[in-house]
Design a protein around this ligand. Structure first.
Ligand code: SIN
Length: 494
């Protein structure tokens, strides 16, 4: 095959992967996903929408200010500027693809979520925004002549030739493995929430792309920064916990403890809409003290079927009527601010290897992502990367020796369950040095944990969290907060 005809391989069919693939036209793109589209990506579960400075009195500068405040100033300011400056364009592009954003009498309806000082969140289908976006992008990608699909496959190896990525190894459900040549590889594989016992993420958000890039020698960045959503539904689960969207608090819902006291009273000027890390820690503390945390949404007005159909259905499935009953909630791993270190074009340190969306870290979210900035990030930086790839003339290197980098051995289900409990205990919303050290020793002393790529990834996160002694954003250590050695936090699973 002529080099120019080799495809760009995009791994991951969430918003970031689809946006990249669409923007890469006319380059041929091979889209590879572990599942059928929309079935195993966090994008499709997103209830919050897209933040864009569209409302009267709002501006990209205001949006940037809230993004930087939530990110504890750890954000890369140029990445933030690019994100907020391109938000409205991204929204208009989605409209051209057929996304119908929710409207009220005055035009586009704008909601509010934690950390935002203004109403600037667009929703589509109420709290089913992520699904609406993925469906529209999926339709467009199906129609695009330059995109081919390879679903139900897993990429577990990278072919390198002459210091450059030249292909991927793909395994199908029957265990059949093939090496496919390509010109560039984009990892849009999502985050790592599924490595925690309590998570809002689908099972596939297990850091597989991050682990692969690291195995190939691409540096990671900010691995210690994991965001916990304050309000997942507190039910026993061995998979994703259903999310109870922050937009409910934006519409007036309030967090209470068992005694009826407001969880966020006196904690922050924005109270229940304080940045997510603060709210998650307060809810965590209520649960650690042996109590329960409740979201009271009974005062939220309006048509729930239109505004919150997902939450309404989830609650009812669990025997709760959110219009008349309080909702039991727990923090849960939600979004990884860290990831494969990339520049604004998604370039990793390895030629021909790119990353975008939650799998990547270009510094835009800092130490704590602002609500509803992640679908936006996937769209804005995905389109930027796609346009770059459309133009790239380098192509794959066809000479020199080649070798295959393998991600490594996968943990068994029982080993994974152990690892998830360990991550939740040691790397949860409130951390301490002693517990993190113990977790490292535990992984190192258990061959099954130590030799799996998932165990290796959690080890890297623990090391990063131990190195960062100062509390910042979502990374909160009790031992450094109190300036004394804390007792390990007892494991308390749902
Ligand atoms: C939510 O709906 O609460 C989640 C929004 C987000 O994570 O951006």
């Amino acid at each position: 095959m002529n080099i120019a005809q080799l495809p760009v391989v995009v791994v991951g069919c969430g918003v970031a992967g689809l946006a990249t693939a669409l923007a890469a036209a006319p380059r041929p793109v091979l889209l590879i996903g572990r599942q059928a589209v929309g079935q195993d990506c966090a994008s499709a579960l997103a209830q919050g929408g897209i933040a864009a400075a569209i409302g009267a009195g709002d501006s990209p500068a205001e949006h940037a200010r809230d993004t930087l405040t939530a990110g504890a100033g750890h954000n890369h300011p140029d990445a933030v500027r690019y994100l907020v400056d391109h938000a409205v364009v991204a929204v208009r592009w989605l409209q051209t693809l057929g996304v119908e954003f929710d409207c009220d009498g005055e035009g586009l309806s704008l909601g509010r979520e934690g950390g935002h000082h203004l109403h600037r969140i667009l929703h589509a289908g109420g709290d089913a925004s992520g699904a609406a976006l993925v469906a529209a992008l999926h339709r467009a990608a199906r129609r695009a002549a330059h995109i081919q699909w390879q679903p139900a496959c897993e990429v577990d190896g990278l072919l390198l030739r002459g210091e450059r990525v030249a292909g991927v190894r793909v395994g199908d459900r029957d265990g059949q493995k093939n090496v496919l040549e390509c010109s560039e590889v984009v990892l849009a594989t999502g985050g790592i929430g599924a490595l925690f016992a309590a998570t809002t993420n689908p099972i596939g958000a297990d850091g597989n792309g991050l682990a692969l890039a690291m195995a190939a020698g691409a540096p990671a960045q900010d691995l210690e920064f994991m965001q916990f959503h304050p309000t997942a539904l507190a039910v026993a689960s061995c998979g994703a916990l259903p999310l109870i969207t922050e937009a409910l608090r934006g519409a007036g819902a309030v967090l209470y403890d068992d005694s009826g006291a407001r969880v966020m009273a006196g904690r922050h000027p924005l109270a229940d809409l304080a940045p997510r890390d603060l709210v998650a820690r307060q809810v965590w503390q209520v649960l650690q003290a042996g109590g329960h945390a409740w979201l009271d949404a009974t005062t939220v007005p309006g048509d729930w079927q239109r505004r919150f159909p997902t939450v309404d259905a989830i609650c009812k499935r669990h025997g709760i009527d959110p219009r008349t009953q309080r909702i039991p909630v727990t923090p849960a791993a939600h979004f990884h601010m860290g990831g494969i270190a990339v520049d604004f074009d998604g370039r990793t340190a390895i030629r021909g290897l790119y990353a975008v969306g939650e799998a990547a870290c270009n510094g835009v979210h800092g130490a704590n992502r602002l609500a509803s900035n992640s679908l936006l990030e996937g769209l804005v930086f995905g389109r930027r990367l796609g346009r770059l790839l459309a133009d790239v003339r380098l192509g794959a290197c066809r000479s020199g020796s080649h070798w295959l980098v393998e991600r490594g051995q996968s943990a068994t289900e029982s080993t994974l369950a152990q690892l998830r409990a360990l991550s939740w205990q040691a790397l949860g919303p409130v951390r301490d040095g002693a517990t993190m050290q113990q977790a490292l020793v535990h992984i190192d002393s258990d061959a099954a944990l130590r030799t799996s790529w998932q165990g290796e990834l959690v080890t890297r996160m623990l090391e990063a969290a131990l190195r960062r002694r100062r509390n910042l954003g979502a990374h909160y250590r009790l031992d450094t907060a109190k300036q004394k050695a804390a007792q390990p936090i007892p494991l308390r699973l749902l």
